[in-house]
Design a protein around this ligand. Structure first.
Ligand SMILES: Cc1cc2nc3c(=O)[nH]c(=O)nc-3n(C[C@H](O)[C@H](O)[C@H](O)COP(=O)(O)OP(=O)(O)OC[C@H]3O[C@@H](n4cnc5c(N)ncnc54)[C@H](O)[C@@H]3O)c2cc1C
Ligand code: SF4
Length: 297
């Protein structure tokens, strides 16, 4: 447990009953943002408020500050940590009410049924479970090509943001590749995207204190009016923050103009498989990606 914003609600409802809880919030070495020769390193216990306000993040990697600023409420951002935001559990209400679904070790999905309440659920890559990754900072870190530092008793490993988040096909009980005996200690952001044009937008039912229905994060480098390279990711649409490589390929080498932005929006939703009540997410995602490319480019 770090800030406890997610953990404590599970304990309070008696849905998760761990035999022991280890409070890591006092480990000073895991706090703060440090500049390194290659970029920056953010300790896993750095709060979302610190990330939102850090001058280096705001100057060079603004998409992350913008995403952190859109998480929950000021009170939650003051105690909620980078690690907790990335490792928080799924927000599917059936699961959180303690029903024995696939993710909880059972053999059914209550959301993926004709009458299931699934307007907040996935458009892509579902495998038994249709829950999405709820983190707002996750797509921003994918857009920044961040690396996650994971430590356990067997040593340290560093994984890319593309590998850090995992879907139900890999392991239906976890949303990240952090194994039970490990913790995330830091997030490293390389300077290869420092100063790129950035965009973050989140749409939720309410303007405050609410999870994303869909969010989008983009880092785009434009040279002489042409898109040189980009990384674009979207949250709220699959169990992992979905890297939109098809969008990146479609816009590369194209003029930074309206037609390219529209193309990007259409490319983003290719292969979407909406459920009964989340079909609205398809045009929403297309519009957000169009806006991201239009604005950032
Ligand atoms: C009312 C409400 C609204 C919210 N709205 C949003 C929102 O809009 N957007 C959004 O992104 N999030 C939202 N959240 C989620 C919240 O932002 C995150 O839960 C918060 O950032 C978690 O941080 P924490 O340090 O409090 O995590 P904790 O509750 O301490 O931990 C959460 C999980 O992460 C694990 N964990 C924590 N640190 C580490 C680590 N270093 N290594 C490995 N595992 C770790 C814990 O074991 C636990 O499973 C909301 C939460 C609430 C309660
Ligand atoms: S979407 Fe996933 S978490 Fe929700 S009921 Fe289905 S299996 Fe459980």
């Amino acid at each position: 447990m770090a800030g406890g914003n997610d953990s404590l609600s599970w304990f309070k409802e008696r849905i998760k009953r761990p035999k022991a809880v280890i409070d890591i919030s006092g480990i000073a070495a895991l706090k703060g943002v440090r500049e390194t020769p290659d970029g920056i390193e953010i300790g896993a216990l750095t709060t979302l408020t610190e990330i939102e306000r850090n001058p280096v993040i705001r100057a060079k990697y603004r998409v992350l500050a913008d995403a952190a600023r859109r998480v929950a409420s000021p009170q939650i951002r003051n105690t909620g940590t980078m690690g907790g935001n990335l490792a928080q559990d799924a927000r599917c209400w059936y699961y959180r009410y303690g029903l024995p679904c696939y993710r909880a070790g059972g053999n059914t999905c209550f959301a993926d049924t004709p009458e299931g309440v699934n307007r907040e659920h996935a458009l892509f890559d579902a495998d038994r479970c249709v829950a999405v990754n709820p983190s707002d900072t996750a797509p921003a870190l994918v857009a920044l090509d961040a690396k996650m530092v994971i430590k356990g008793s067997k040593g340290e490993r560093v994984v890319s943001s593309d590998e850090f988040f995992i879907g139900p096909k890999t392991d239906i009980t976890r949303l990240t590749s952090v194994k039970p005996e490990e913790i995330l200690t830091a997030v490293r952001i390389p300077n290869s995207w420092a100063g790129a044009r950035f965009y973050f937008e989140k749409v939720s039912d309410r303007d405050t204190w609410d999870f994303a229905l869909v969010n989008v994060a983009a880092a785009i480098v434009v040279n002489n009016g042409v898109v040189e390279r980009s990384r674009v990711a979207s949250g709220g649409v699959s169990a992992v923050p979905r890297r939109l490589t098809v969008v990146e390929e479609v816009i590369q080498g194209k003029p930074a103009e309206e037609a390219t932005a529209k193309l990007a929006g259409q490319a983003a939703i290719r292969g979407a498989r909406p459920l009964n009540y989340n079909q609205f997410k398809v045009p929403l995602m297309a519009n957000l990606v169009t806006r991201a490319v239009r604005d950032a480019a």
